[in-house]
Design a protein around this ligand. Structure first.
Ligand code: GDP
Length: 330
């Protein structure tokens, strides 16, 4: 019998969303190819152990020839571009690398798809981001940003992602390629990297509870984010590629909360009502330009994709603290 399995190629396989998406596509019966970068990638062993069914391909978003090979080898029905320099703070310290990988890397991938002859058949998901908007100071409508809102990125990461967003739209319009951009607001969970504020907090809270750490050092605590659960968001990515036509969709919860509110809930999980004695602040973790408040309106995704986030804000904090308590007590 002919092989009817769908084939997916994922960049950013070692990252948070790469992990959740690999699980989801495996459940759906896909043959999955993941692009892994670097000669001695320390994440390789973890990914191989966690996803033994995954086919790893060595390639790099800054090396178009390697991407042509990756597309030719994997023969993908669907490509998910989740690979990027993805941390806002890091992008201020490495702005050119961020432009090369997060911005121009997308152009390299789209060109590779054309060179390998898959531009008419492969459906492509581009990971766009709420960091392309600027926050309350910059045209955030009352009910939150929508797909129609104007952009004002506030970091080298946001600027690079905006280039990636527009080159994706341009290739869709110019060459009729099936490319959908998901404008995803912050999404977190047990796979989140420790460099992001939510996981930094939940990991520290667990360690404080277990007596392994005394306090946590953070930057500004007033910014607000629309925080959802990454497991819900990869389902939205997949749904975008199952539509008849490519389009852009915003995924968010429609709620925004400050870092202080996140701290409130996280410390309550370990029975501490007043977290102030356990939190120090350091300008090292503050940014040259900050996004004050992010709020997204997911109405279009809910209507067209039938997508809805399942995990709410308290549920997200609880899930992350419990995971870190388990992890840190081992
Ligand atoms: P971002 O929204 O993509 O930048 O996600 P982050 O989790 O990195 O940051 C969310 C917010 O937390 C931003 O407003 C940061 O300035 C703020 N923040 C405060 N302290 C910290 C910290 O120690 N680390 C990080 N990553 N962010 C912090």
């Amino acid at each position: 019998m002919a092989d009817v399995k769908k084939r997916a190629l994922i960049t950013g396989i070692t990252g948070q969303d790469g992990g959740h998406l690999t699980e989801l596509l495996h459940e759906k019966g896909y043959e999955i190819y993941g692009i892994i970068r670097g000669q001695h990638n320390p994440q390789r062993a973890r990914v191989e152990a966690e996803f033994p069914y995954l086919n790893l391909i060595e390639a790099d978003l800054t090396d178009t020839s390697s991407l042509v090979r990756a597309v030719a080898v994997s023969k993908p029905d669907e490509i998910y571009n989740l690979g990027a320099i993805s941390h806002v703070g890091y992008s201020f310290k490495n702005p050119q690398l961020t432009a090369d990988v997060t911005g121009k890397g997308v152009l390299n991938l789209l060109e590779a798809v054309r060179m390998a002859g898959f531009e008419k058949t492969a459906r492509i998901y581009q990971a766009s981001t709420s960091e392309m908007f600027g926050g309350l100071e910059y045209n955030q409508p009352e009910g939150g940003y929508t797909e129609e809102s104007s952009f004002h990125p506030r970091s080298p990461y946001g600027v690079a992602k905006l280039y990636a967003h527009w080159i994706s739209r341009n290739y869709r319009e110019s060459y009729g390629m099936f490319i959908s951009c998901g404008i995803l607001f912050n999404h977190e969970g047990d796979r989140r990297g420790l460099e992001f504020v939510t996981r930094k907090i939940t990991n520290a809270v667990a360690r404080i509870k277990l007596g392994k750490q005394e306090f946590i050092t953070l930057g500004d605590l007033w910014p607000k984010r629309d925080w959802g659960y990454a497991g819900d968001y990869v389902e939205g990515m997949w749904r975008m590629l199952q539509q008849d036509t490519p389009d852009d969709f915003l995924l968010a919860t429609g709620e925004t909360h400050s870092i202080e509110e996140f701290l409130d809930l996280a410390f309550k999980e370990i029975g501490i009502e007043d977290w102030h004695p356990y939190v120090k602040q350091d300008p090292r973790f503050m940014r040259p330009a900050e996004v004050d408040v992010l709020l997204g309106n997911p109405a279009k995704a809910e209507k067209v994709l039938g997508w809805k986030r399942k995990v709410d804000f308290p549920g997200l904090v609880k899930l992350m603290v419990q995971h870190d308590l388990d992890l840190e007590s081992k």
